[in-house]
Design a protein around this ligand. Structure first.
Ligand code: IPE
Ligand code: IPE
Ligand code: MG
Length: 262
């Protein structure tokens, strides 16, 4: 079946705790299982031709969890990166992180920095982990940085527009790929939980009752098939409706991704 592949998929990997508790285990066991799912989903996204994949792994609000749970989450992140970095490199994956990274422990930062550095020359799938991430923080930070640039005379308030604002966001390095085409949330919750509020302004949303530890590559395919059947209108009607606002003035459009058979 031929489907349009979204350029940028963002996933809210939710439901680890409930998945474990329903099976009589502690919440952290769910995180262990959940973290082992990441590899297969990254690989499948890459195989299908997705260009950017952003995974919500830890929110600014998640700092309110018990210290024991936090410890496990950061340990699992370190382990994932240490274990997978070589294969990600072989697959030409570029890795980035977005969020308030200065809140992370030094040992976690070191592992992240080393993975980012090692994969920085790659040009394939743009993989981003949202860690200690909150969209409201991101937007406030952008406003603050712009205000500082105005104070120092580098910018003037009248220059502000959407194109410039994007450059102050954590996702700036993604360039035109910063806009999310498809947001997937597992676990049956139907909310955004402070994720990519700017970037997902015109994203399609896909919710599944499956908890993250049960989310397999075939479920990613199902989400993409569903996405492929949607009519994206971007507020317009008629012929213009299928045009992504990111379309360039020369008429080229990046609204529709590659067509793949899945
Ligand atoms: C997602 O699973 C992982 C993180 C938020 C870190 P949860 O830990 O939120 O699991 P539930 O939603 O409580 O089941
Ligand atoms: C959102 O899940 C954050 C991540 C998946 C990392 P949460 O479980 O923290 O969100 P709420 O509390 O259900 O909104
Ligand atoms: Mg949750």
């Amino acid at each position: 079946m031929a489907v349009n592949i979204p350029h940028h998929i963002a996933i809210i990997m939710d439901g680890n705790g409930r998945w474990a508790q329903r099976r009589g285990h502690s919440r952290v066991f769910g995180h262990v299982r959940g973290s082992s799912r990441v590899k297969g989903i990254v690989r499948e996204a890459d195989r299908l031709g997705v260009r950017a994949l952003t995974l919500y792994a830890f929110s600014t609000e998640n700092w309110n969890r018990p210290p024991t749970e936090l410890k496990v989450l950061w340990r699992l992140l370190k382990k994932y990166l240490q274990r997978e970095v070589a294969e990600l490199d072989r697959e030409n994956v570029r890795f980035r992180v977005i969020g308030e990274l200065d809140r992370l422990d030094t040992d976690v930062r070191e592992v992240i920095d080393s993975a980012v550095e090692r994969l920085s020359g790659n040009s394939g799938l743009q993989l981003t982990f949202a860690l200690s991430y909150g969209a409201r923080r991101e937007l406030c930070r952008a406003a603050r940085l712009f205000a500082e640039d105005c104070e120092s005379g580098r910018r003037h308030a009248s220059e502000m527009n959407e194109e410039l604002f994007r450059q102050y966001l954590w996702t700036a390095e993604l360039g035109e790929l910063d806009s999310v085409d498809l947001v997937i949330r597992t676990s049956g919750e139907r909310r955004v939980s402070n994720f990519l509020l700017w970037q997902a302004a015109y994203a399609e949303f896909y919710f599944t009752d499956l908890c993250w530890p049960d989310f397999e590559p075939r479920h990613l395919q199902e989400a993409i098939q569903d996405f492929s059947s949607r009519e994206r209108r971007f507020g317009a009607v008629g012929e213009k409706a299928v045009r992504d606002p990111r379309s360039r003035s020369d008429g080229a459009t990046i609204a529709r991704g590659p067509v793949a058979k899945i």
